[in-house]
Design a binder for this molecule. Sequence first.
Ligand code: PLP
Length: 371
Amino acid sequence: MEFKDLKTQYIRHREEIDRAVRQNMEAGQFIGGEPVSRLEKSLADYVGVKHCISCANGTDALLLALMAWGVGEGDAVFVPDFTFFSTAEVVPWVNAVPVFVDIDADTFNMSPQALEKAVERVKEEGRLTPRAVIAVDLFGQPAEYDRIRQITAQYDLLLLEDGAQGFGGRIGEKRACSFGDISTTSFFPVKPLGCYGDGGAVFTDNDEWAALVRSYKVHGKGCDKYDNVRIGMNSRLDTIQAAVLLEKLRFFDGELEEMNRVAAVYTELLQGKVKTPVILQGYYSGWAQYTVQFADERQRREAVQKLETAGIPSAVYYAKPMHMQAAFADISKEGIPCPVTEQICGVCLSLPMHPYLRKEEVETVCSALLS
Ligand SMILES: *Cc1c(COP(=O)(O)O)cnc(C)c1O
């Protein structure tokens, strides 16, 4: 059994993907070009925002957003304590300071109450200026944007949506990667919409920020890349990756439907035995992960062993809170406590989740887990 089944996906769609890649090779165009601009247009339409700017990966996408806003020295950026390292890593890159915020025990996403407390505390201390919030759509479910928006409006903060795992999720009819002032995603192969290498994108309705991101991602270009008006970077999505993504986007909605079917079977079989994912009313997950919670660490350890014995892959996302990462040791000393994150790191477990999982396979996972 596969944790993510990229092989089956390829075999099912081999003809279209091969044709797209071959056409690209025959055209001899590997950087930029029509597939990249067509992809950007398709993604912007899909998400429902004005601008999509492709880039080299999801980490760069976050960094480009902070650069476009001019976040820097003396600024506080509020980041969930429970996320992939990139979300927090980009903050010191622009010389700002990440402030870790605890999560909600049901959704795994940033707790709006904890966010408000953290902003108040930073203001009281007066050492840093609260500047931006990076909300993460963890495991595929959008963060609680209606409540987070109230807080960012009240304290005049910029909102960055890290939709690396969120692409395909929605709140009502509004899609993930449209919730931030700027939103970003990743096309790392096992993300909801993955390419065949690294890739990422930035989304925004704001013309000025879009133009800045387009400049920063190509060496701070002015009228072209040999006219350099600011210090930027080199962050491009390869043409071949754009060609692959254009094909994958065609069947992406069908995959989302299949993953919802898989999630429903898991939840039916596991409910009441372990804590199953909670999807808020009116929210739709893109199911980047199906993550359960055990009563304690020992129970999780036993479950992992049982799955391993049965040859079933599973993964602990995430074993360590951001504030306990060695890289953040110096700033975490005066940090705000994040007890929910600490607890969940000890009991969470992500199970195989992809559109090609058969019902019998889900049953096999559940019976091994509960045996
Ligand atoms: C994967 C991921 C990223 C980074 O994306 P890359 O394309 O690997 O750079 C950022 N944030 C979150 C939440 C992620 O899961």
